[in-house]
Design a protein around this ligand. Structure first.
Ligand SMILES: Cc1ncc(C[n+]2csc(CCOP(=O)(O)OP(=O)(O)O)c2C)c(N)n1
Ligand SMILES: [Mg+2]
Length: 338
């Protein structure tokens, strides 16, 4: 079977992209800001004891999720790891029900039984949040195989972190996706760390993953994951290719989480200078400035958008607070298929 082996490096494209109209660009900002505020609020609610269990925030990585998901159609499946709030919101999952899930309430997306790591909405083809590192990769291959087998329009998009690449199943999935030529987009969110372990320390072969993927005969691109336009452009090109060839594609987004791995992480394993240097690229700060500089928006408009979204998040917290806990009768439901 002939296979292409190409890697593309996509640089910062924030300075001029003709195919982006104003509403679409503002839409990207709205989504990134929504995610940022949702996450900040989750942190506050966690410290007040209203959210319990694990809490992995997506703060810093917004441009990656928003850039990728902006290019999908409703026919496409999305599957991801436990750092899933940003992907869920960018896919358009209900904000109130997302918050309620974190509060463990019955109105939550998973009836309050999944929590932070298990946001699901099958009606949006959002197949979850998965807690086992790399566990979602073979499931993604299965979804994609089903799409191909049934001759469906959609593709599958699978997000994962750099930590997933040290799991055997990562390699098995890449191999099968290539052998079966599956319509699947792998999105590696390389934030440089798996919990407190820097990838420099735990990976032989450097901190770039995409070159290794070419050995499976899968096309790859590397992209600045802090630049929402660059991510969007890389994704558009990848999806065109996947749809026309019915073959897999792999995008590596270089990104950073500004917060700890989970809420309890004091980040002792990295110094403030490193965090600061990435903060300069914060998409929630830099992107609206870019829009204003390009005369596509104004300070006033940006601040109006922010207050509207702040209110939306406040309402989501109220919704979650006022929702009932799941009844005891739910305890043994949804475990096996009826
Ligand atoms: C199979 C498995 N091993 C270990 C863990 C514990 N664990 C949870 S998150 C994590 C790090 C994963 O890092 P990465 O994939 O880079 O994602 P990030 O947290 O950086 O988004 C580990 C080791 C787990 N959940 N599953
Ligand atoms: Mg990581």
């Amino acid at each position: 079977m002939p296979r292409t082996r190409r890697s593309k490096k996509i640089k910062n494209t924030s300075s001029g992209n003709s195919f982006h109209d104003r509403d679409a660009l503002l839409g990207l900002f709205k989504q990134m800001y929504l995610i940022r505020q949702f996450e900040i609020t989750c942190g506050e609610q966690y410290s007040q004891g209203n959210i319990r269990g694990f809490l992995h925030l997506y703060i810093g990585q917004e441009a990656t999720g928003v850039g990728v998901l902006s290019q999908l159609s409703k026919d496409d499946y999305v599957i991801t790891h436990y750092r899933d709030h940003g992907h869920a919101l960018a896919r358009g999952l209900d904000v109130n029900r997302s918050m309620a899930e974190l509060f463990g309430k019955s109105t939550g997306l998973s009836k309050g039984k999944g929590g932070s790591m298990h946001l699901f909405d099958v009606s949006k083809k959002f197949m979850g949040g998965h807690a086992i590192v790399a566990g979602q990769l073979p499931v993604a291959a299965g979804l994609s195989l089903a799409q191909k087998y049934k001759n469906e329009e959609g593709i599958t998009v699978c997000f994962f972190g750099d930590g997933a690449t040290n799991q055997g199943v990562y390699h098995e999935t890449l191999n099968l996706a290539a052998v079966w030529q599956l319509p699947i987009l792998f999105v590696l969110e390389n934030n440089g760390y798996g919990m407190g372990s820097s990838i420099e320390r735990v990976r032989a072969g450097g901190t770039d993953f995409y070159p290794g993927v070419s050995t499976y005969g899968i096309d790859t691109a590397e992209v600045d994951g802090m630049d929402v336009l660059a991510v969007r452009e890389a994704t558009r090109a990848a999806i065109d290719k996947i749809r026309s060839n019915s073959s897999p594609y792999f995008i590596e987004c270089k990104t950073f989480r500004f917060v700890g791995h989970s809420y309890a992480d004091g980040q002792k394993y990295r110094d403030n200078d490193e965090i600061k240097s990435w903060r300069n690229k914060d998409p929630v700060e830099t992107f609206p400035k870019y829009l204003i500089n390009q005369n596509m928006s104004t300070d006033q408009e940006i601040s109006d958008i922010k207050s509207k979204i702040d209110k939306q998040i406040d309402q989501a917290v109220k919704f979650a607070e006022n929702s009932p806990n799941p009844p005891m009768s739910e305890l043994y439901k949804d475990i096996y298929r009826d």
